[in-house]
Design a protein around this ligand. Structure first.
Ligand code: PHE
Length: 377
């Protein structure tokens, strides 16, 4: 902004103005100066300075004109100076007010422009992760069993020997306790019962039957623990899904039919199942379920022509243990073994997942390497 009109700081006499008709051009000059300067006012701070320069009481241009031109004017000029000054004042005041409105609106507009949300910009992607493969396999198994009338229950990972062993017909000093090297919890002296990390999900058979009367149809997904040294097929923590069906008329056929249905749903209709006699203290008879090798299709021969390394040429892969519930178990839960019958199974999830997804090292489930996890979105 240029300095306020110097001419207003001088008297008319000093400016050489003697005739009334010299006044109109002089005021026009002032107004032109005003117009030029106001065009440069764009923000509130500049507007305030500008207003004070023109309308300020002490030294604004209009005050100067009043003091230097009007007051000392000859009677001849005074009337016209007064008229011109009034016109100029009205003009200046109106323009400055209009400018204020414009500057304020402009400020609003630029704030809006600054804060505008551009909906065409690409969004911010926040990775939400995915389920761990083990969790996904749990889910697949749950879906299959839920679809045939089972419900899902969960139980504690810290168990008492009663639920983990005794009530499953595994008395103290029974040799199978050695197969399940067990982690015991260190407890303060005088604790009422020893506690252990469950070695299988079977304790939930007992807890479920204690709470429910037949018919019972549940599966129990969960973590289990055994004192194993870690290698490609062993881990001290792994996963099982227990299954239990007890009713008044459940037969061995229901049992094998159910298992076969599950295996075909899980691995695909091409696989075959078979069972072999086995032993568990809480099932009688007990079986081991095998499935035709998913790698060589049951031929025992690998695609390269050699012996299939996964089933070692057998064509079959051992899947899980199962059996008809041993009548002795019913005694612990006050079911009448003469009236009820049922079957139970315990599926090793890690092994199942390894077979289905061709994973050759169980440890990858626990290392949480994102390069592995991302392969199963
Ligand atoms: N609990 C057994 C295990 O972990 C598996 C099993 C469950 C066997 C139910 C029979 C019936 O080895």
């Amino acid at each position: 902004m240029t300095a306020p009109e110097n001419k207003s700081a001088q008297t008319l006499a000093a400016l050489g103005v003697r005739q009334p008709d010299q006044l109109a051009p002089l005021f026009a000059e002032i107004r032109a100066r005003f117009d030029a300067d106001i065009a440069a006012v764009h923000d509130e701070k500049a507007w305030k300075q500008f207003r004070d320069a023109w309308l300020g009481r002490k030294s604004g241009v209009l005050t100067q004109i009043t003091d230097n031109w009007l007051k000392p004017a000859t009677p001849e000029l005074k009337r016209v100076v007064g008229q011109e000054l009034n016109k100029l004042r009205a003009y200046v005041e109106a323009q400055i007010e209009a400018r204020r409105v414009a500057v304020e609106a402009g400020a609003d507009e630029s704030a809006l422009a600054r804060e505008r949300v551009d909906l065409s910009l690409p969004g911010v992607t926040r990775p939400i992760g995915s389920h761990h493969l083990i969790r996904q396999v749990f889910q697949q198994i749950e879906d299959i069993f839920v679809s045939i009338g089972f419900s899902v229950v969960e139980g504690p990972e810290i168990e008492t020997p009663y639920y983990n062993f005794e009530a499953l017909n595994i008395p103290e000093f029974h040799p199978v306790r050695d197969d399940m090297d067990t982690f015991y919890i260190e407890l303060p002296k005088g604790a009422p019962s020893p506690l252990l990390l469950r070695t299988h999900t079977s304790p939930m058979q007992i807890r479920t039957m204690e709470k429910r009367r037949p018919p019972v149809r549940v599966i129990v997904p969960g973590k289990v623990y055994r004192r194993d040294n870690p290698d490609a097929t062993h881990s001290f923590a792994f996963h099982q899904v227990e299954g239990l069906a007890v009713d008044t008329d459940i037969t061995f056929c229901d049992f094998t039919g159910t298992i076969e249905y599950f295996v075909k749903q899980f691995f695909g209709p091409g696989v075959k199942t078979r069972f072999r006699p086995s032993y568990f203290p809480f099932t009688e008879p007990s079986v081991e379920f095998d499935v035709t090798c998913v790698f060589c299709g049951g031929s025992g021969v690998s695609t390269g022509g050699g012996t299939c390394s996964k089933c070692k040429g057998a064509g079959w892969i051992e899947l899980f243990g199962a059996g008809m519930v041993d009548p002795a178990v019913y005694g612990f839960v006050k079911y009448d073994p003469k009236k009820v019958s049922g079957f139970a199974f315990g599926i090793g999830i890690d092994r199942l997942a390894m077979l289905k997804y061709s994973i050759d090292d169980i440890q990858v489930f626990f290392q949480n390497d994102v390069r592995f996890l991302r392969q199963f979105p």
